[in-house]
Ligand binder design. Sequence first.
Ligand code: CA
Length: 239
Amino acid sequence: MCCYEVGGVLCRVFGMTILLAASGAHVTERSFKQVEHADLEELYSNALQNVSVHSLATCSTLCSQNVDCKSYAWTNYSSQCSLLSEDVRRTSFYPLIPPDIAVYTTFYSDCSEFEYEAMTGMSGLCYKAYTDYQSYSETQSICQNDGGNLVRIPTLTKHAAILQVMNLKSSKEIYIDGTNIPYGSWRLSDGSPMFLNWRSGEPTGGGGENCVIMFDDGTYNDVFCTALIPFICERQLNV
Ligand SMILES: [Ca+2]
């Protein structure tokens, strides 16, 4: 099994021998925070390495030294350290992880660490304005792949914040999260109420225009979800 040594450097990991960075050479400023829930199956399917090390601190250091490591899981009783390629907190749901396993994920201090920008007036929320034209479903996929979602507008306050971003980025129109399927009324994709500010004469869609775009004057239009429109993703700084 593994024989991790401080400053030394050879560690046998499940039959593979890896060379660890020399002491201090590649340690970054990354920090981690513990999360409470994670899907174990997903967690381990994303493991880069499973290592036996002598301490939680060592596990944290190994993750910091590996550019592909986004989070890690530590099992105290067996001293098992799993380095994970995904930020498990963002992609995970129940069930609860067992109490003997602790999961830590990257703690971000600034949106720029994942190439987003801070959204003015919305504490802890980051955004990224995409200028390419995509269908509604594709925008959702791209945003989720970023660890976020297409901008959600449940309130006038959020509406104003998004409008400010649009003006800042000279966006003429964007997709916003929400449809009138399957609810029969306009809802955000999580089913919660959606702030609406229809342009005069809208919505026109009847049964066909089931998605919503927002114009740079703050008004909305229902459109076919296959329409190709620029979009803005949002993501929490930390979750
Ligand atoms: Ca329309």
